[in-house]
Design a protein around this ligand. Structure first.
Ligand code: DQA
Length: 148
């Protein structure tokens, strides 16, 4: 079965209580369950992973890179997207497209959040649509519409 990986970086495990005015009130568990349900209705598998540790995120991307049935990856790099060359290098290993997702609109926040080390490698970027951004990215990767 084709499946999609969802990689979440530091501090996303505390969704729901972390600055809900910026990141929304949905908890990480609600996000995870929602993505599992959506994947089921799209007929694809999903693996949702979160870590606060850069090396664990790199390890998971390396493992996914060797999976023959992986159809796409959603990456919310959190703060590491603004700083981590190692995470960028690991994303470059993926044999499938990935979509960069941010819950908040990073372009409308502090200037340091406007830099992403991943965006130019990503198939697309969704920023500011909250949890819906993950769902949209999941549907895109599952359907793979032939858009330029
Ligand atoms: C985030 C935006 C990042 O700037 C921030 O460091 C995060 C979450 C988002 O989903 O909006 O941790 O990636």
């Amino acid at each position: 079965m084709r499946w999609i990986g969802v990689l979440n970086g530091p501090n996303l495990n505390v969704l729901g209580t972390r600055q809900p005015e910026i990141y929304g009130s949905a908890t990480y568990e609600q996000l995870r369950l929602g993505l599992q349900g959506k994947a089921g209705s799209l007929g694809v598998g999903v693996e949702v992973f979160q870590s606060n540790h850069e090396g664990e995120l790199v390890d998971r991307l390396q493992a996914w890179s060797a999976e023959p049935d992986i159809a796409g990856v959603i990456v919310n790099p959190a703060g590491l997207g603004h700083t981590s060359v190692a995470l960028r290098d690991a994303c470059e290993l993926l044999p499938c497209p990935f979509v960069e997702v941010h819950l908040s609109n990073v372009a409308a926040r502090e200037p340091f959040r406007r830099t992403s080390l991943l965006s130019d490698l990503a198939r697309g970027v969704v920023s500011g649509l909250g949890v819906f951004g993950y769902e949209a990215a999941l549907e895109f990767l599952a359907r793979r519409p032939d858009v330029p």
